[in-house]
Design a protein around this ligand. Structure first.
Ligand code: NAX
Ligand code: K
Length: 495
């Protein structure tokens, strides 16, 4: 796959299927290729699986399952196709694939009962899922999940909405999913990451140019894209060449948040970092991070001078929503003209509370709860369709949005959203977002445009999290990322 592959939604996949069926002259050819590709993938991942149960649904996803089952049968495996009573093959193609399987001597159980197996193949529902599985469909999915053998899902774990990554009801927990034709946005963000397992792709030998004829709903940013975002450093650089970041936050009780932000900004290459925080936190900050310059927002002149000097103002980590934080945010916003802004955490909660407009190009980094407050909805609805929520935030606030959570999304009006293909659950710990704010602010200060700084920052942060998680996800600390931020921010060996 290229470093930033295009992601497709169901509408685009339907368009590609129609186009390909027409150009190949036979609708069944795609199903034949899908079933065969899935069989090859199964052999790669589970070469020793002998007893294979293929669970088929009523549509073309089930048809792919019948094609795979015929290949398994012909290679001497013990194969049983099982479908729920209500899932007899329908339409034009699936009955044909089922007929081929029976003709080859395959047996089909129509009572939904699952025999002993080394491996289950899930071909119940694909991109045609139209509602939450209920009744027999729900019981069948429950039985597959409870069986105990690993599950290979064809195209989509059955029950998952391939556009949103939301499971509206029961859903298969796959060990592995083989996608057909093109990678799907909905398999890479939010709840989807609990269901998909390892992902592989079969393009079904379609001409790449055919894919270009349909729209991409998002792009996937993978670890190897990182180097291309990071600007080279001039040999005669001085500290001013790499930008000046002012980090504002750390009300009483939250002093660590702004320290993490500042340290991450320095480790991601900012030339100068100022911190405006509570006076009480200054000694700890300077002891821990002597490279930072400390200011106190209540000393107005000193604070305003630091705002005037800043290239990038990052507000929010540990800011709180009391008058101290409100005053610091107000003052920062008064000096936003001509500077880049990165807003996080309580800065976003204050923006939501005050119904504040944001200067164009502001980067906001909400988690789903903050996104919900900004959109006046609830976090569950945000998570139900993360891409739509990120796009809506970008449109409503005219800003660049980094919607955090598994499969972070970066969106901006008029741009194709980006989905980050890195990060891990070890990063779900307090302080991790403060680090992200510092990373993005540092990249913005080094000259990246807002959308690129947000994208590269989210990717760098996630990759550093993955590198740090090599020692274990449980117990991972935000400070563990610091050496990896430095290493990954320097992809070229230093001469
Ligand atoms: N159309 C094509 O050209 C190709 C399709 N392919 C496969 O076909 C799949 C799409 O096929 P379909 O469009 O037939 O859709 P699916 O097979 O995903 O499912 C549609 C069928 O399931 C039923 N259904 C949907 N949600 C349900 C629910 N919650 N409870 C009960 N029944 C439900 C529908 O009524 C319909 O009969 C892809 O995911 C892929 O696996 C591949 O063979 C490649 C080519
Ligand atoms: K499936």
């Amino acid at each position: 796959m290229p470093t930033t592959p295009a992601l497709r939604d169901v509408a685009a996949l339907r368009a590609i299927e129609a186009l390909a069926s027409q150009r190949l002259g036979d609708g069944f050819e795609l199903m034949r290729r899908a079933g065969q590709a899935a069989w090859r993938d199964l052999l790669r991942a589970w070469p020793d699986a002998h007893r294979i149960v293929v669970a088929c649904g009523p549509g073309n996803n089930g048809g792919d399952g019948y094609v795979l089952a015929r290949h398994a049968l012909e290679s001497g495996r013990e194969v049983t196709v099982v479908h729920a009573p209500a899932h007899a093959p329908r339409g034009e193609l699936a009955p044909r694939a089922a007929g081929d399987f029976r003709e080859a001597g395959g047996s089909v159980r129509t009572d939904g009962a699952l025999p002993v197996a080394d491996l289950l193949v899930d071909a119940v529902f694909g991109i045609g899922l139209s509602r939450a599985p209920e009744g027999e469909s729900a019981t069948f999915i429950d039985a597959l999940n409870a069986h105990g053998a690993p599950i290979l899902s064809l195209d989509v774990p059955s029950g998952l909405d391939a556009d949103t990554g939301n499971a509206p009801g029961r859903c298969i927990y796959a060990r592995r999913t083989i996608e057909f034709i093109a990678p799907k946005a909905g398999l890479r963000t939010g709840a989807a990451l609990d269901y998909v397992g390892d992902l592989s792709l079969a393009t079904l030998a379609l001409e790449p140019a055919w894919l270009d004829e349909v729209h991409a709903c998002a792009k996937l940013l993978q670890a190897d894209a990182l180097a291309s975002w990071l600007p080279p450093r001039a040999r005669n650089a001085h500290k001013g060449s790499h930008g000046r970041v002012l980090c504002i936050g750390g009300d009483h009780g939250s002093g660590g948040a702004i320290m993490l932000c500042a340290q991450a900004a320095l480790r991601s290459g900012a030339g100068l970092v100022d911190v405006a925080t509570r006076e009480l936190h200054v000694p700890a900050l300077l002891a821990r991070l002597p490279e930072a310059m400390a200011h106190v927002p209540t000393f107005r002149e000193q604070f305003e001078a630091s705002l005037e000097r800043a290239d990038v103002i990052a507000v929010g980590p540990g800011l709180g929503q009391e008058s101290w934080g409100e005053h610091a945010l107000d003052t920062a916003m008064q000096h936003a003209q001509g500077r880049a802004l990165v807003l996080d955490a309580d800065a976003l909660n204050l923006v939501a509370r005050q119904h504040r407009a944001l200067p164009a190009g502001t980067i906001i980094t909400p988690h789903p709860g903050e996104a919900a407050r900004l959109l006046d909805t609830d976090a569950k609805l945000v998570q139900r369709d993360r891409l739509a929520a990120a796009r809506e935030l970008a449109a409503r606030y005219g800003c660049v949005v980094v919607l955090k959570g598994a499969g972070t999304i970066v969106a901006a009006a008029g741009r194709t959203p980006r989905v980050i293909a890195a990060g891990n659950p070890g990063m779900a710990v307090g302080g991790m977002g403060d680090v992200l704010t510092g990373v993005i602010a540092a990249l913005r200060a080094q000259g990246l445009a807002a959308f690129d700084a947000a994208s590269a920052g989210a990717l760098l942060h996630a990759c550093a999290g993955d590198a740090a998680a090599a020692a274990g996800e449980r117990g991972l600390l935000p400070t563990d990322l610091m050496p990896f931020l430095r290493a990954l921010a320097n992809p070229e060996p230093v001469r």
